[in-house]
Design a protein around this ligand. Structure first.
Ligand code: ZN
Length: 432
């Protein structure tokens, strides 16, 4: 096959026939942070993915962006002031029992580690920067990647599930400055609870999460959770059981997302590509191959709308690196990358004994029966069909948090707490 430099040979089907500008956010020190020896979350996986991305020469097809660290005031556009203040000043020595209780930081899942706040600033800075680039993209169909983002469990006032700052919510708030409707899709094995909660009461953001449900962290994401108030029906949960494979997953993902795109008509899409839904993940229990996982990106890309692509979970780090490298290739739209990994790669010893990109999935049982999947699909499709088409939100209802802070600096500190209500009280977007 002749090399196609147009940037779309991989997914060039249907409407996705245009060249796409791809911006890649990468903070070079991100891999140096450590949650502590033995912790499952390893920022090093982002550097491993980057190293493959470089060795596959994908960087020459993207704009490489070093994200500006998110300032405390940027982070406070979603998180509470006292939580941001705590995160920005905490150290292993200063941590008190009260803090642990109040902010859920300092326990095993969310430890205090050296450079914690800088790590959060880099992750959030990437997603906010990605949103800003998409907002400015003149073609209106840019793609922006931030593999250090996707930390979907972080809540307004507390950390959760290895996540401290919710870069996704911050990125979406930035998109909402320009976009009337944003679709958020989450394919991490865990429910995207922090993002769902933040936008539970608005129709300006629709959240769709595919996840393991039933005695599994964070125990939310029930089929019946659909949003409240103006946000009713704009949260969609797809609860799944262990061992879901590529065919079963695609059989849900494609028709549901197709219907959502048709009915909701988002002007921008954010995809959280948590890689713990891959086969063989240390924490996950799904059985997706890298191609099955990347199908979700490929499909969303085909709609030709601005697309933010983020990381997330992923605990068998060699597979996370493989997956996000392959997905970078899909985003860029190059030909299939070679299955043999580049020999000179810095982390090549991690990928033995096969040294290939597309590793073999396990033979675990798929506990999702075809009958259950069909029932689930039909229920969800019926619900989406009944949604209001392309709800249009007058721009005066734009959340006050997304306005530039100039001249408001002073009353931000005191006023923000009252102006950003708790996301669950149904008034997140009502301006007072
Ligand atoms: Zn996860």
């Amino acid at each position: 096959m002749e090399e196609d430099k147009s940037g779309n040979s991989l997914p060039s089907v249907g409407s996705d026939a245009k060249k796409r500008t791809v911006s890649y956010f990468y903070e070079p020190t991100i891999g140096d942070y450590s949650y502590g020896a033995g912790h499952l979350m390893k920022p090093q996986r982002i550097r491993m993915a980057h190293s493959l991305i470089v060795d596959y020469n994908l960087v020459s097809h993207m704009n490489i962006c070093d994200p500006s660290p998110a300032a405390p005031a940027d982070i406070a556009k979603f998180h509470s002031d006292d939580y941001v203040k705590f995160l920005s000043s905490v150290s292993p020595e200063s941590l008190s029992r009260d803090d642990v209780k109040r902010f859920n930081v300092g326990r095993d899942d969310c430890p205090v580690f050296d450079g914690l706040f800088e790590f959060c600033q880099a992750s959030a800075g990437g997603s906010i920067g990605a949103a800003a680039v998409l907002n400015e993209n003149k073609d209106g169909n840019g793609i922006a990647l931030n593999w250090a983002g996707g930390l979907h469990h972080a809540k307004k006032c507390e950390a959760s599930g290895f996540c401290y700052v919710n870069d996704i919510v911050l990125g979406i708030l930035e998109l909402l400055k320009v976009h009337p409707r944003v679709l958020y899709v989450d394919i991490d094995v865990h429910h995207g609870d922090g993002v769902e909660e933040a936008f539970f009461s608005t129709d300006r953001v629709m959240t769709v999460s595919f996840h393991k449900f039933g005695n599994y962290f964070p125990r939310t994401g029930h089929l019946k959770d659909i949003g409240v108030g103006a946000g009713k029906n704009y949260a969609l949960n797809v609860p799944l059981d262990d061992g879901i494979d590529d065919d079963s997953f695609r059989g849900l993902f494609r028709p549901i997302i197709q219907k959502v795109m048709e009915v909701y008509q988002p002007s921008a899409v954010v995809l959280q590509c948590g890689a713990d839904s891959l086969s063989g993940d240390r924490l996950g229990c799904f059985n997706l191959s890298i191609k099955g996982h990347a199908y979700c990106l490929r499909y969303l890309r085909s709609f030709n709308v601005p697309l933010m692509v983020l990381g997330g979970g992923g605990y068998t780090i060699r597979n996370v690196a493989r997956c996000w490298c392959y997905e970078t290739a899909v985003a860029v739209g190059l030909e299939e990358p070679k299955n043999e990994l580049p020999e000179k790669n810095d982390y090549i010893e991690y990928f033995g004994p096969d040294y290939i990109l597309h590793y073999q999935i396990s033979n675990m049982e798929n506990k999702n029966s075809p009958r259950d999947l069909e029932k689930l699909r039909n229920r969800l499709l019926e619900r989406v069909s009944k949604m209001q088409h392309a709800p249009s939100v007058p721009f005066q209802e734009t959340p006050p948090t997304t306005e530039p802070p100039e001249e408001e600096e002073e009353d931000m500190d005191e006023g923000q707490k009252c102006r950003i209500r708790d996301a669950t009280d149904g008034e997140f977007y009502m301006s007072d």
